[in-house]
Each structure stands twice: as C-alpha cells, then as structure tokens.
Design a protein around this ligand. Structure first.
Ligand code: C5P
Length: 430
C-alpha cells in the first residue's frame, strides 16, 4: 500500500514539523509516551504540555527524556514563561495534539475556559487541534460530553477515536483512547498533506470520511490478474464532493488513472485484501465510509509463482470468496455511517434494498451497469435508498451526481446523529 496526496506525494515522516503534545489526567496518559516517540521518529520537534492531573499519572521526566525539552505545565512558571511565554508557545506548533483528552478538559475547551496552561494555549492558537478523547463509557455517552464534542467538531477540531473495548475502570464500551499508532498516523498524514492547516467550512467540517474507489486486482500469476471495468471516476468525484462539504477525506483507491482530488489523502492498494486492511485502518478514526469501489468478489486460491504456460487446451482457476469490506467494517464499528453502492444488471431496487439490510448500511446508491452503462463513463444515474426513503439522482455528469450524493450523505448523517443523541436522552430519562 502506498499513501499519497496532491500536495505532497512523499508523505510519511515529516521532518521539522512542530507538534505540541498536550496530556490531560487519565490512565491513558502512559500511552502518550509512545505517541511522543512516534512523532520524534517521524522527524518532528515535540513540546509536551501536561495538566496537573496528567502529572499524577506519569512523570514529566519521561517526556523530557523522549523529547529533549522540559515539559511545560504551569502558567505561573516564571523561568519557563521567560524562555517562551504562553502566547509564543501557542504560536509555535504546526499542530496541537491533546491525547489523552479528558471529559473535563474537552468541556472547558468547548466553553472557552482558560484556567490552566493547556486550555489557555488552545484559546490562544489558530493552529489545527487534534483531540483523542479517553474516558469511561458513560462519561463519553453523556449528553453533556456529546454536546461538547459537537461544538468542538463544528469549530474544526479533529477528533480521533475514541475506540471501544475493555476500559481501565473494568467496564466495556466506547471511550478507550485511540491507539498511539492511529493518532500518530492521522496527525502525520494531515501534516504531510497540508490538510491539517485547511479546515474547510461546511456541513461536514470536522468530520472524517473514508471513500473506497476503483477496481481491485486479484493476481493469477506474476503477470496476470482478475479485475473489472471500474474507472474510479465516481468514487474520486465523491471524495472531492465530501471534501468540498468540509470533511477530511481519505481515499482508499484501487489501481486507476486519475489525479488525487485537492486536499484529499490517498492510499493506493491493489488486492481486495489490501483494500480491506487500508479501509479498516482508516475507518478507526472516521465518521463516514462510502464504498464506491468495485471490489473483486473472488480471488485465486493459489497464485502461480511463475507465468502460467499455455500447455493445455483448458485451464481451471479455483477461486475463493473475498471478505466484504463494508460488512467487516460494520462488524467492527456499529456506529459508523456507511454508504454502499450496488452495481446491478437486473432487479436494481430489489438487490439494492437487500444489500442495504444485509450489510447494515445507512444508505445505498444503486446504479444500472452493463451494456455501456456507468462503468468507465463520465455520466451516471443513481437511485439512493435508505430505511425510510429514496432519491433519484441524475442522469448527469459523475461530478454533479457526486455533489448531490454528498449533500444527501451530509443530510442523512446529521439526521442519524440527531437520532443517536435523542435515543441517549430517552435512555437517560427512563
Ligand atoms: O454485494 P456487492 O459486492 O454487490 O456490494 C456492493 C457494495 O459493497 C459496494 O459498495 C462495494 O464497494 C462493497 N463491497 C465491499 N467489499 C467487497 C465487495 C463489495 O465493500 N468485497
């Protein structure tokens, strides 16, 4: 797999970038030592800031040793302020990463408090801010925390995680801090692509979307493969349209001959298995997944090590089923907003609605294919279905179709967030 973007195709380590890594007080603070190490390894300069509660969980010396810089923790440290005052410190980084971010600090930031060094820096900066929330599952689900997160997202804060699983408090649920490798991957990719600096205003600002696009290639031998007629044009147009609505977009792409849309992070892959791995990793921190890729349903049981010679009149290839990417991601992330595509040559509505239910999707965009329709063309027509509605889009140019589809995704996504918030409220009222 290769990762690239329009602005910097050599994305990867980002030498010379400055990261202000801020820690709040939670047991997950120990994981930030690994995060600091990853930033340093990527060539970044790292300045650590810790709240008083963070200092109770892990020592400042650990971070001083890792970063080579004294940790800052107080607004009232005269020597540190004389070396670099807090306003200067707020201007210094290319990005601020708050990991772990506690419910308390997130609430303070959402309401504009500035009663310690960390919150003062956040209020005094115009740099991109990433937050990796970490808290007990009920604290995370609490309507107050969720309202604060909505406020932060709408202001362009980039939220990474949290994940689900066993918690330090012994409970199981959502609220685990995102793993250091995932936080580092998101921040470094954004710094490398330049997208960190560009928070676009729109209904999807602060949201992260993953789009799969193009065909896959399933090898038969070193020179041959099984593929399909997908050009990737519709998926690339969807990625561009979601970006235009303010989302941070990762495009997981099969082999196609297209330019990466501006401001979009692209990960190239070849086989369905590659695409599955890249999509699962990208979705760990996403809000929306749109599966436009025409993923091969089957791959060869055995890939020949050498080119197959034409010695026989007939040749049999044994194929085995590939995993369904959308279903796999759904089983890992029950809350993710997932949009599928259904390319059909017959019984369009019936097949599409079947997939909507079977794959537990939020929306499905159905289109006729075959006989020169949809694949490898510049125009398309879709009928989009969801649990209690449908909308016909096109026929029109694929970019126009993508614009209308992205608008519908933003609308249905907002509706899904409202439903989730009111059912949390109703559960609490019982
Ligand atoms: O079941 P079918 O393959 O027709 O479903 C199409 C939808 O499922 C598309 O959104 C496609 O991107 C997705 N898909 C997938 N993984 C596969 C096959 C299809 O995510 N292995």
């Amino acid at each position: 797999m290769r990762s690239s973007s329009n602005s910097d195709p050599n994305h990867g380590p980002v030498p010379g970038r400055r990261i202000l890594l801020a820690l709040c007080g939670g047991i997950a603070a120990y994981k930030s030592a690994e995060l600091a190490r990853r930033f340093i390894k990527a060539g970044c300069e790292v300045q650590v800031v810790m709240t008083d509660s963070a200092l109770r969980f892990i020592g400042a010396q650990t971070f001083q040793a890792l970063t080579g810089k004294p940790v800052r923790s107080s607004l009232w440290d005269e020597a540190a302020e004389a070396a670099m005052g807090h306003i200067e410190l707020a201007r210094w980084p290319d990005a601020i990463v708050i990991a772990p971010a506690t419910a308390n600090t997130l609430a303070k930031i959402a309401h504009g408090f500035a009663d310690d060094l960390l919150t003062t820096l956040v209020l005094a900066t115009d740099k991109p801010i990433f937050v990796a929330p970490a808290m007990n599952r009920l604290m995370w689900a609490n309507a107050a925390t969720q309202a604060n997160m909505s406020t932060l997202r709408s202001r362009g804060f980039k939220v990474i995680g949290p994940g689900s699983g066993a918690q330090a408090c012994g409970e199981v649920g959502e609220g685990r801090v995102a793993e250091p490798e995932d936080v580092a991957a998101v921040v470094l990719a954004a710094l490398a692509s330049g997208s960190a600096a560009k928070a676009l205003d729109g209904p999807l600002s602060g949201r992260r979307a993953v789009v799969t696009a193009g065909p896959t290639r399933e090898p038969i031998d070193p020179v041959r493969f099984i593929t399909n007629r997908s050009s990737g044009k519709q998926g690339y147009a969807v990625a561009e349209a979601l970006r235009a609505l303010g989302a941070e977009v990762t495009l997981v792409s099969g082999p196609v001959n297209l330019e990466t849309p501006a401001g979009v992070q692209r990960i190239d892959c070849e086989t369905a298995q590659d695409m599955l791995d890249a999509t699962v990793a990208a979705c760990a921190t996403a809000d929306i997944l749109v599966g436009t890729a025409a993923v091969a349903d089957y791959r060869c049981v055995e890939v020949a090590g050498q080119k197959i010679k034409k010695k026989t009149e007939t040749l049999e290839l044994e194929l085995t089923k590939n995993a369904d990417i959308l279903s796999e991601v759904r089983s890992l992330q029950p809350q993710l907003f997932i949009v599928g595509f259904a390319a059909e040559t017959e019984k369009l509505a019936e097949h599409a609605k079947g997939k909507l239910a079977r794959k537990k999707l939020n929306l499905i965009a159905a289109n006729w294919v075959g006989n020169g329709r949809a694949f490898d063309r510049d125009d398309n027509a879709l009928t989009v279905y969801w649990a209690d509605g449908e909308l016909a889009i096109g026929p029109a140019d694929k970019r126009e179709v993508a614009g209308q589809l992205a608008g519908l995704i933003a609308e249905r996504y907002a509706a899904a967030c409202n439903t989730a918030a009111s059912s949390t409220k109703a559960r609490k009222a019982k």
